[in-house]
Design a protein around this ligand. Structure first.
Ligand SMILES: Nc1ncnc2c1ncn2[C@@H]1O[C@H](COP(=O)(O)OP(=O)(O)O)[C@@H](O)[C@H]1O
Ligand SMILES: [Mg+2]
Length: 324
């Protein structure tokens, strides 16, 4: 990776009144990598995401993405550049189905205009088919068939979390921002999330920037990690390097926000204390073992995530009488 980074954040500062949420921060994310931001609550992680999304305009610094200066653009333009995100608190349309929520994610690809939609021209029908196809692929990929036509409002927390990931993937992003993808998930669901992040990187070729407390997940999927505290970088490197860095250990002393040495996608104490999703007995019973990164990477290409996941999801959907 000798070319310019996909995302390049330079000397960015964001203040809220007297609070310096992000303090002269510089970081870059290379194309194709999974980069994790870790740090105690209030470290400024979500603010970094909100800066990239252009919710905030920093006091100084620059952010470039794929050669474009993001700070010159209005927030509405960000998704069309190929940046998608999930939120720390799930943001979906509750009174719409999974399919409908994913179709909303296709908005940036709509090429037809209102008049042609009004007359339902063949080009509109072609467009519609293309969107459907893209969304169905995401549904297959994330094994969401049993929930496809279900209302979000009735779905368990763990499934909503996957739908949110799906909504972001449906936009076909170059860069995916994941804010605490494992928070509130069970151990099994967290392992599934690790598989998906790996597949998103390796099969879909999408670059991932994520914020996550669960160091097991971070270690399993990240190429590089940056630890933040008080809006400043403490250390950047491989998951192992960052976890053993003295400044990181110091910052975490007395907190439960980091789990040392985790190589597998297991729950950290921080994630365990997060609000629990409705965990199904079927999932508990499936007792899937953690698969470390190397083993997962070596899995045969034919073994698709959907197939792999049926062991966990099928009993749950069968129990509910859902069909794909
Ligand atoms: N919109 C906001 N208004 C005021 N203060 C904020 C806002 N967003 C974040 N902060 C403050 O900025 C700091 C960093 O917050 P945040 O980025 O959410 O941290 P993290 O995601 O690492 O937990 C915290 O002190 C937080 O209270
Ligand atoms: Mg946050």
């Amino acid at each position: 990776m000798s070319h310019a980074p996909l995302l390049d954040i330079k000397n960015v500062t964001q203040k809220f009144g007297g609070v310096v949420a992000v303090d002269d921060l510089t970081l870059h994310v290379n194309e194709g990598e999974v980069f994790a931001l870790v740090g105690p609550n209030g470290a400024g992680k979500s603010t970094v995401f909100n800066l990239i999304s252009r919710f905030y305009t920093p006091a100084n610094g620059s952010i470039s993405f794929n050669g474009e200066q993001l700070l010159d653009l209005v927030p509405d333009r960000i998704p069309s550049l190929g940046i998608a995100r999930t939120f720390q608190n799930i943001e979906l349309f509750e009174q719409a189905t999974v399919l409908q929520n994913l179709l909303v994610g296709r908005h940036r690809h709509r090429a037809t205009n209102v008049l042609s939609e009004l007359f339902f021209l063949p080009s509109v029908r072609r467009e519609e088919r293309r969107h459907r196809h893209a969304v169905e692929q995401v549904i297959d990929f994330l094994d969401l068939q049993p929930y496809r036509d279900k209302m979000i409002a009735g779905l368990p927390y763990g499934v909503r979390k996957v739908v949110e990931l799906g909504r972001a993937l449906a936009t076909e992003p170059k860069l995916l921002l994941l804010d605490e993808p494992a928070s509130g998930l069970s151990v099994e669901e967290t392992q599934d999330m690790a598989f998906w992040i790996e597949d998103i990187q390796k099969q879909m070729g999408i670059t991932v920037l994520m914020v996550e407390h669960d160091m097991g997940l971070v270690s399993a999927v990240s190429n590089r990690v940056m630890a933040l505290a008080d809006g400043k970088e403490l250390a950047t490197g491989t998951p192992q390097e960052v976890q053993s860095h003295p400044a990181v250990i110091e910052a975490y002393l007395g907190t439960s926000g980091i789990q040392k040495g985790g190589q597998q996608a297991e729950k950290s104490s921080a994630a365990k204390s997060a609000p629990k999703p409705a965990k199904t007995a079927a999932k508990k019973a499936s007792a899937k073992k953690a698969v470390p990164k190397k083993a997962a990477a070596k899995k045969p290409a034919a073994k698709k995530p959907a197939a792999r996941k049926q062991a966990t999801r099928k009993p749950a959907s069968a129990r509910k009488g859902a069909k794909s």
